[in-house]
Design a protein around this ligand. Structure first.
Ligand SMILES: [Zn+2]
Length: 235
């Protein structure tokens, strides 16, 4: 026969576990939030790094451009000098310098064309990557706001769960509640109250002693499993 206090205690346990479930979900939220925020930061960082690669190519291109301009102004300068020199030797030397500068320019221009192609390619792949990343960020941002909505709901739920737990406790005798609270502090994982099935505790699945079984069947006092210390009862 089941002890009348055990029946009430089983309701306390149900309300207790429901409350714990809500509390645990609330406790997990900061971690979940931090995990999503880290993902968003990583996505943003990868956009930045792709952007800086592209910028580096632009810098390289600008550098080539200014090298070409400088060679061009050298050529103009050499040509002006040619108008002023008297000796053929000096004139030829300047012609040689002009030719050298022109050859440098065509090499620089080739490089510039290469880099312009690679900028075009990098821009296309950057835009593609950015579109994908932006989509992921939008999804993650949505998850964050869902999480906040969930937290708001849980904070309401926890209040009613606390109230139900408190109300259930009020129906139980103080000494039985003490036994429940003590058992709870000793047991790592719920349940704190278990049925005895045949002669095995449903909490730890071990066989209880004949004494425990006999007392549980009598149902006159609150009995603990002699293996795991859970409160046990026999229906
Ligand atoms: Zn047990």
């Amino acid at each position: 026969m089941i002890h009348p206090q055990i029946e009430k205690l089983l309701i306390v346990q149900t309300k207790d576990l429901a409350l714990q479930k809500v509390q645990q979900e609330i406790e997990r939220i900061p971690n979940d939030r931090a995990r999503i925020e880290t993902l968003i930061d990583e996505e943003k960082a990868s956009i930045e790094s792709a952007k800086s690669e592209l910028n580096a190519k632009e810098v390289e291109r600008n550098d080539l451009d200014s090298q070409i301009k400088s060679k061009e102004s050298d050529i103009a300068k050499f040509k002006t000098q040619q108008l002023e020199v008297k000796k053929n030797e000096e004139y030829r030397a300047l012609t040689h310098q002009i030719e050298q500068a022109q050859s440098d320019i065509s090499q620089l221009e080739e490089k510039e064309i290469e880099i312009m192609y690679s900028i075009d390619e990098a821009k296309i792949s950057f835009e593609q990557a950015k579109a994908e990343i932006d989509q992921r960020i939008a999804e993650q941002t949505k998850q964050l706001s869902e999480l906040e909505a969930r937290l708001k709901q849980l904070k309401e739920d926890v209040q009613s769960a606390e109230m139900e737990y408190t109300n259930a406790r009020e129906t139980v005798e103080p000494s039985t509640l003490e036994t429940y609270d003590r058992t709870k502090s000793q047991i790592k994982r719920p349940p704190y109250i278990s049925a005895i099935e045949v002669q095995n505790c449903a909490g730890c699945h071990l066989r209880v002693s004949n004494d425990v079984l006999g007392l549980a069947i009598a149902g006159e006092e609150i009995i603990a499993c002699d293996q795991c210390a859970r409160i046990v009862y026999k229906t």
